[in-house]
Write a protein that binds this ligand. Structure first.
Ligand code: ATP
Ligand code: MG
Length: 284
């Protein structure tokens, strides 16, 4: 038995999806233009699909799981379960208006025409804010709609905002933050669930490792207590004597969020020769 995974065939999520599998130690023989491929070292079969179709395939159980943007999951409203955020494909779904226009809040959109590929999410937003606006659904190049007189505003995915800027638009309000997530079919068999648990364990180890760094430093022994108190470590820091008397080497793991703060404090406390090393996997 193999677990069937749907990923994007080509586009913004494709490379990161393959990379994540690779980081999980899963190699797939990826022939271009193939519809599916088998992992050589994990019971996994990978389907390459349009991202829009992934929720439907997973709802139907044609695929057991999928990697897809939350934006697509919420737009399609299919019966799938979101299991895990994957940390890539980050973007936001935003309302944008013409540059120079003063956006005063959702009521600005009253009676306006808004072009989008996300009519469901936009519709929910307008309803929640009791705004009456006309949704004009188009499937691509939404950002040109105001320029050609098709709409007064748009609702589209944004990451840097440069596409909006080039089209004479400005971001007015973000209505959804999104990233790629792992979704699963609602009724997996016990055997499928077990395979998913194995895959999830690997994904979580990769994610943890990315958020953490391995730190090695030298410290004079009289400063050791102070330095150790600054370091969390997975259990507690490792301390090894250096060949030079009176000095020790201290090893620990630091989280990215507190990383720079702690490094500064370590230096101030007398740490020297601080090395920071990426961690490939982290099993805790
Ligand atoms: P497909 O041919 O598979 O339907 P697509 O053109 O719909 O592809 P892409 O542009 O490749 O989709 O985007 C796929 C997903 O990448 C989006 O649904 C979203 O979750 C994510 N994404 C991340 N950043 C951005 C961005 N700046 N613009 C658009 N999508 C983004
Ligand atoms: Mg698509």
């Amino acid at each position: 038995m193999k677990l069937k995974l749907a990923i994007q065939k080509s586009g913004r999520l494709h490379d990161d999806s393959i990379r994540l599998l690779k980081e999980c130690g899963i190699d797939i023989s990826n022939g271009v233009n193939k519809l599916k491929a088998e992992a050589t070292n994990f019971p996994l079969e990978v389907f390459f699909l349009r991202d829009d179709d992934i929720p439907q395939y997973v709802e139907d159980g044609v695929a057991d799981i999928g990697f897809v943007g939350e934006n697509v999951v919420y737009e399609k409203k299919k019966k799938v379960t979101v299991v895990e955020a994957l940390g890539f494909g980050k973007c936001r779904l935003s309302i944008a208006v013409r540059k120079g226009e003063e956006y005063t809040g959702p009521s600005f959109l009253e009676e306006k025409k808004i072009a989008t590929s996300y009519p469901v999410i936009l519709g929910d937003f307008l309803r929640d804010n009791k705004v009456n606006a006309e949704i004009h659904e188009i499937s691509g190049s939404v950002e040109i709609a105001p320029g050609i007189g098709l709409a007064d505003a748009i609702c589209d995915l944004v990451s840097s905002g440069s596409t909006l800027f080039m089209n004479g638009l400005q971001e007015a309000e973000s209505i959804l933050r999104s990233q790629a997530v792992l979704v699963k079919h609602e009724q997996l068999t016990a055997e499928q669930d077990q395979l998913l648990a194995r895959l999830l364990f690997r994904i979580q180890s990769v994610k943890k490792a990315k958020n953490n760094k391995y730190v090695l430093l030298n410290a004079p022994n009289e400063k050791l207590q102070e330095i150790i108190s600054l370091l969390p470590g997975m259990k507690s820091p490792t301390v090894l004597p250096l060949a030079e008397a009176g000095w020790s080497s201290v090893h620990s793991v630091l989280n990215e969020n507190e990383f720079w703060d702690i490094i500064e404090q370590l230096k101030a406390a007398g740490a020297q020769g601080i090395l920071v090393v990426p961690i490939e996997k982290m099993i805790v």
